[in-house]
Write a protein that binds this ligand. Structure first.
Ligand SMILES: [Zn+2]
Length: 125
């Protein structure tokens, strides 16, 4: 099992007991390592480290991937959202459906379509 390193740039500067590693007299506070993390797609040990990363690199990341420079509009063409009703407590299959949040129209959806990130009824951003 490989360990992941917290990507927080200042993770090692927080003096918690779990960060104190090594053998005396060479103990140091170190970047957290875990098999998995809960924050930021599994890259950060906590919200503070995630926020520190964004403080330091967020602007560059946004500029790299494309900064929003004009308003976007929610229209009938891009208002389809995937939903499901959980019926497990009644021993019935879950019901998956598309809902247009502008027109309120609903259309049935298979579980495969629901789980397929590439499947969409939206025709615009
Ligand atoms: Zn961290």
């Amino acid at each position: 099992m490989s360990l992941k390193f917290c990507q927080g740039p200042d993770c090692h500067t927080y003096t918690t007991q779990d960060r104190l590693k090594g053998t005396k007299p060479n103990k140091t506070y170190q970047t957290r390592r875990r098999s998995s993390f809960y924050y930021g797609n599994g890259n950060f040990c906590d919200q503070r480290c995630m926020y520190n990363w964004f403080q330091k690199f967020g602007d560059r990341a946004i500029d790299h991937f494309g900064r929003v420079t004009e308003v976007k509009h929610l229209t009938e063409q891009n208002a389809w959202t995937k939903n499901y009703n959980y019926n497990g407590y009644r021993n019935l299959p879950d019901v998956y459906y598309y809902l247009n949040t502008i027109t309120k129209e609903q259309r049935p959806l298979t579980e495969e379509q629901y789980n397929n990130d590439n499947y969409t009824l939206n025709t615009g951003e």
